[in-house]
Design a protein around this ligand. Sequence first.
Ligand SMILES: Cc1ncc(COP(=O)(O)O)c(C=O)c1O
Length: 442
Amino acid sequence: MASPSSPSPSDLSAYWMPFTANRDFKAHPRMLVSAEGMYYRDDAGNAVLDGTAGLWCVPLGHSQPRIVSAVQKAVATLDYAPSFQMGHPAAFELADRLRDYTGGRFSQIFFTGSGSESVDSALKIALGYHRARGEPTRTRFIGRERGYHGVGFGGMSVGGIPGNRKTFHASLLPGVDHLQHTHDLTRNAFSRGVPQHGAELADELERLVTLHDASNIAAVIVEPVSGSTGVLIPPVGYLKRLRDICTKHGILLIFDEVITGFGRLGTPFAYDYFDVMPDMVTTAKGVTNGVVPMGAVMVQPHVYDAFMHGPAGIELAHGYTYSGHPLACAAGLATLDIFEQDGILEHAQSVVEYWHDAAFALRDAPNVIDIRAIGMVIGIELAPRAGQPGARAFEAFRRAFADGLLIRVTGDIIALSPPLVIEKAQIDELFDKLGKVLRNLD
Ligand SMILES: Cc1ncc(COP(=O)(O)O)c(C=O)c1O
């Protein structure tokens, strides 16, 4: 076993790492060996402040003792239970608790194993919904440029990241359109909170409806705030306009809240923050505090009800071996307990201004061309080096890690999304370290 002070015994060659430059990593590895609270520890024993909540998935901080003990208890009691035609109490309990967490607005919860599975499940539910209601021609999906919806073929197809699509383009789903992204540095740079300009971009949906006819369109899927492509915050009024156009034409609206769910904006979900209700929400990550893989699709009553009037038998021919896994359910229940008992959202709200102030203090750092902030998320966009897109931010990532800070970069954008339990002293530490990195970067 590796310990914080001993080097890894592996030569690193067997593990094909996801979304990683394998050759570069294996030449210059960055190894995390333990985690507690706001900090990782690397294999040299250094503390690394977690500025990204892992991969946006650890809102309550690491090794939360109540989650650890809930999972330990679960594994010793019911390690696995089949999810097809069988149930176990914790899955029903977690679905009830999630329904309550949404104030009852999402009445049924379909469990998956990840965000990608949640997205593909939601797209299938949208097709099944229209078919069940006698509108089987509604099959088209509309996503958005710079959207990330995971790596299943459905999610990739509605996603809008050129690099993720290029290799697979011939096998993407047919019948998918994309709205224009909303990122507009000319009009909205250095917006604090929701930017002012761009609500009219939602009207493009009307153009697509005219082109294809509403009777052929199943659903629109967007992230309320795009995380993975660099913290793209929707302009004021934009999501409401999308909602109105979808409602007018009988199109389902799906919010992909894999990142924004579970408090990232200081509210339970982003739909609370924006006060715009989608028909379905996809989620994952924070649902178990990242401890055991799990995702979920949460649906409004009309979506579930549409399936419940057909012939007897299986209503939706879809599901996963690990849907509602007992360990994930135990972690999910403990996570919801802690959100409620420890006032996690209240804590996040109490530090959010401080968090934004600290970020905007970097406004004059070299190469910074935008800072954007919403809830407990910050995006800092750097000017790219000539002919080397992404190189400047990646160097910032490397240097920050060497200095004991984990940040996330995408292109030349730094995304910060710490555990929601971050304290002001840790916010100071984070921006001290990041400020030094940026000031010393050419
Ligand atoms: C908005 C969104 N959807 C889907 C996914 C995919 O989730 P997973 O990596 O759990 O499959 C992500 C992952 O970051 C995401 O941010």
